[in-house]
Write a protein that binds this ligand. Structure first.
Ligand code: ASP
Length: 417
């Protein structure tokens, strides 16, 4: 019998987790289920897996980007890749919001609902950081603190500087370069080892989420949920796959087969940041993208490129406006496109932040921030779906940048599944 690949095993973990979670849901209050199955067994397996992949994020990003940027050779190439990456990320995010706004207006998920008809789940919503602080924050005053806090943009800028200095010093630091190269092999192997338990980790995380999701309370918001998921699908299938076919000439099935482990981990952890090691490893090992491109684009994308989050924010604005009976003008829509792009850049790649950043968009168009409380209760499942899209967007951009840099991308998916 053919040996099952890791991708297949992770997929089985995901599907069986959903099924078992739905079976456990009606029994979630039985003490044995709450205390032992959910509160001990599933929590243990899921949290250990999340911690293990998170453990690799900082060393992997720092080492891989230092190696990658020192191999880039010249500062011009870095500038070019940086500009292309930023441009591409902004472009796809804007498309994502336009899709969300169009789709939400067609479906009008808030029609006929009033703010009182929906159960509010939270009343206090934190506001977000100012734009100038976001920019200042890119340069760390203490790189060790950045690493300790897992601040991705700061780690990226420190790694780029280290890589640039290694390039300038050339052969004088050949041994330091060698250490970084070997350390890179080491952290990648550590990720490989952790991924061996990914099927089980994904299974535990998904079962626990579905067993406690509370989908019976979703009734009045079902249309809203389906609108977000519909817009995520349109963007994930048409925008991304269209770009991949047109620019990289890659068949969508090949992409999905190779990228499925990262999608599954993003879906089950709801965190682009925690998924970085898997995304990075997949684009390097499965698609053959160079370190100099991928170790820059993936952590950067996991931090600033959130198309799924932008989609959520677009649909949520239309929904909240309808519930509060506010008519949005064309000017409001343009403001939503601009602020949701910025808000998604400012959204950290951890669970639930996209919803908090929505406050920025709502304020911009004069909608009550309390509107967020209406949709908070069902955000868990949408967070999973949008994180999967966020991470897919990072990989698609990486493949396109690599292709335009003349790299040879591996499009052979024979050994997968
Ligand atoms: N959970 C999302 C992510 O990590 C961010 C969000 O809340 O939208 O990509």
């Amino acid at each position: 019998m053919k040996k099952m690949t890791l991708t297949t095993k992770i997929f089985i973990g995901l599907i069986s987790g959903i099924i078992l979670g739905l079976i456990l849901y009606p029994m979630r209050e039985v003490p044995f289920v709450t205390n032992y199955i959910i509160g001990f067994f599933l929590k243990l397996g899921g949290s250990i897996f999340i911690n293990a992949i998170k453990m690799m994020v900082v060393p992997l990003v720092f080492i891989s980007l230092t190696v990658g940027s020192s191999a880039m050779g010249d500062i011009k190439k870095l500038g070019r890749i940086g500009a292309k990456t930023l441009g591409f990320y902004l472009f796809t995010t804007a498309i994502a919001i336009v899709i969300a706004l169009t789709f939400a207006n067609l479906i009008n998920p808030g029609a006929g609902l009033s703010a009182d008809s929906i159960e509010k789940t939270a009343k206090t919503i934190k506001s977000s950081k100012s734009f100038v602080d976001v920019l200042i924050d890119i340069i760390p005053s203490n790189p060790i603190a950045s690493m300790a806090n897992g601040n991705m943009l700061q780690i990226i800028s420190f790694a780029l500087l280290t890589g640039a200095a290694l390039t300038v010093l050339g052969d004088k630091v050949i041994r330091v370069k060698e250490v970084f190269n070997q350390a890179n092999d080491l952290v990648l192997e550590m990720v490989n080892l952790i991924m061996l338990v990914a099927p089980f980790g994904v299974f535990c995380l998904i079962t626990k989420t579905f067993a406690t999701l509370g989908y019976t309370a979703m009734g009045p918001l079902l249309k809203y949920i389906l609108t977000v998921i519909g817009a995520l699908f349109i963007h994930g299938l048409f925008t991304y796959q269209g770009l991949l076919i047109a620019i990289v000439k890659m068949h969508p099935l090949v992409f999905f087969k190779k990228f499925l482990p990262a999608i599954s981990v993003a879906f089950s952890t709801s965190s682009s940041g925690a998924t970085i090691p898997v995304t990075l490893e997949t684009v390097q090992e499965e698609f053959g993208v160079s370190k100099s491109v991928s170790s820059f684009t993936i952590p950067l994308g996991a931090t600033i490129n959130m198309d799924g989050t932008a989609i959520l924010q677009g649909v949520a604005v239309v929904f909240i406006a309808a519930v509060y009976n506010v008519d949005l003008t064309m000017g409001d829509y343009v403001a939503v496109i601009l602020t949701a792009t910025l808000a998604s850049i400012g959204t950290a790649g951890v669970p639930g932040v996209g919803l908090i950043m929505l406050s920025m968009v709502l304020t911009q168009v004069g909608l009550p921030i309390e509107g967020i409380a209406l949709i908070m209760g069902v955000d868990r499942i949408l967070d999973m779906a949008r994180t999967a899209v966020n991470v897919t967007g990072d990989a698609v951009c990486t493949l396109i940048i690599a292709q335009t840099e003349g790299e040879k991308i591996d499009k052979d998916a024979k050994h997968i599944m």
